[in-house]
Write a protein that binds this ligand. Structure first.
Ligand SMILES: Cc1cc2nc3c(=O)[nH]c(=O)nc-3n(C[C@H](O)[C@H](O)[C@H](O)COP(=O)(O)OP(=O)(O)OC[C@H]3O[C@@H](n4cnc5c(N)ncnc54)[C@H](O)[C@@H]3O)c2cc1C
Length: 417
């Protein structure tokens, strides 16, 4: 379905979801599981689902090792991974529990590996094992390091396919999709939330913003002026040339910098059989910077005037320079990855790169928000930080959001109908 006609009764719904990424689609599905008769519309600025983060990621079903015990990410990643596997089983979506290694290259990384192991155990990650240097090659014959964590429950899937199936399920249950419908503002009057787009106005009981890279602007348009801003971080991938002997059995990750919410350049097997290196993490000046060096004046201004950007840049300028270096000299990315898998150097990479842009929330004081953040305004709920592992966690995050909707007196709209 395309744009709606302005101001008609067909523009009245119980719930509007803004954003047809994996989080918006999962929230819609969860709402319907609780309230089967709900009249729901999904408003999406692009012309199809999963055009942004949900369709441009590493395709990893994370296990929950990294995240601070007790955080939303820790709980919802562990729960979400199992829900994602079950969903894939239900709809015969291909996936593989190929497992993952987090590899320490030298003794200086051991304390951080210890911390990850501690977190993984506290978070309830199943099957986690510590490996010695010799044991690493039992799992990944080509890999080298001084120690590693092996997580057999990590898997791979194509999240674009997951979104496609979610979309089909929702359509079959009567959910209305409007594509090319960029929401510009939300306003609560009486018991109704007015959702204005460039084409029409929708009157709904509750609006749920799942707008990823533009989630801060949507929340601000609903009156939530405080809170973090989205800073886009582009992640580029290189694809290895096919090899007669499989290069990897699963996934190989570095020990990440604990101060940053990125996992570092990893070697990832995709569900289609390709093996990719990446993603990098470069701050970019457009929220849809899928081509290198793209600049959007509004996004540029947003980055420059947010005090957090300057504080972050002062703290991590070395990391920033390294990321730009990796962008310009792709050999650097290959060198990084070959520290773990030396055969990569002989194998070579295909020409060109793929990329995704992370919606990472940054506080005014320069702190990159580590956890998921969901906020509530009158008549609307906003997912304000859902970076990785939100694809893995999406079905569990949706449960969390719907549980909050149930307890709030503001959202009894549908019971009064
Ligand atoms: C490079 C990269 C690698 C990643 N790897 C992994 C991984 O391996 N595993 C994992 O679990 N997670 C991974 N992630 C994270 C994961 O992809 C995201 O956390 C997840 O897709 C977020 O989903 P979302 O629905 O919130 O956002 P999105 O998928 O970005 O969807 C938001 C939607 O909202 C729409 N929208 C925005 N504003 C408006 C508006 N005003 N009106 C209408 N529509 C609007 C957008 O067009 C978009 O379709 C990765 C992310 C990136 C970028």
């Amino acid at each position: 379905m395309t744009a709606a006609s302005p101001e008609t009764s067909s523009n009245q719904f119980d719930v509007a979801i803004i954003g047809a990424g994996i989080v918006g689609l999962a929230v819609a599905r969860e709402l319907l599981l609780h309230y089967p008769g709900l009249r729901m519309v999904i408003l999406e600025r692009e012309h199809e689902i999963a055009r942004h983060q949900s369709g441009h990621n590493s395709g990893v079903i994370h296990s929950g090792i990294y995240y601070l015990p007790g955080s939303l990410k820790a709980r919802l990643c562990v729960e979400g991974a199992e829900l994602m596997y079950a969903f894939c089983d239900q709809y015969s979506i291909p996936y593989e529990r190929c497992g993952k290694l987090i590899v320490a290259l030298d003794e200086t990384e051991i304390p951080r590996l210890d911390e990850l192991e501690r977190r993984g155990r506290l978070n309830g990650v199943s099957g986690l094992r510590r490996l010695s240097a010799a044991e690493i090659t039992d799992v990944e014959p080509g890999c080298q390091g001084v120690a590693a964590l092996h997580c057999p429950s990590t898997g791979i899937v194509d999240y674009r396919e997951v979104c496609r199936v979610l979309g089909e399920e929702l359509k079959s249950k009567g959910v209305v999709f409007h594509f090319g419908e960029k929401v510009t503002g939300l306003e609560r009057t009486g018991g109704t939330t007015q959702v204005r787009s460039e084409n029409a106005t929708f009157n709904v009981g509750l609006a749920i913003g799942c707008a990823g890279l533009w989630s801060d602007r949507l929340a601000i348009s609903a009156g939530e002026f405080s809170g973090p801003r989205i800073v886009p971080f582009r992640g580029a991938y290189l694809t290895l040339k096919p090899s007669p002997v499989p290069l990897v059995r699963g996934l190989i990750y570095p020990v990440p910098n604990p101060e940053l919410p990125f996992l570092g350049v990893h070697i990832t097997k995709l569900i289609n059989g390709d093996v990719v290196l990446g993603p990098t993490a470069m701050l970019v000046l457009a929220r849809d910077a899928y081509t290198s060096w793209r600049i959007n004046p509004r996004d540029l201004w947003g980055v420059l005037r947010w005090p957090g950007t300057w504080k972050l840049s002062r703290k991590y300028w070395r990391t920033g320079v390294k990321e730009i270096f990796m962008k310009i000299f792709r050999g650097q990315l290959i060198r990084e990855a070959s520290n773990y898998l030396p055969t990569i150097r002989q194998n070579g990479v295909r020409w060109g790169e793929s990329s995704g842009v992370r919606a990472q929330a940054l506080d005014r004081d320069g702190t990159l928000l580590d956890d998921f953040l969901v906020t509530e305004a009158p008549g609307s709920v906003h997912v304000r930080n859902a970076p990785s592992p939100a694809a893995t966690s999406s079905l569990a995050l949706a449960r969390e959001i719907v549980a909050r909707v149930q307890i709030s007196p503001d959202w009894k709209f549908h019971e009064s109908r």
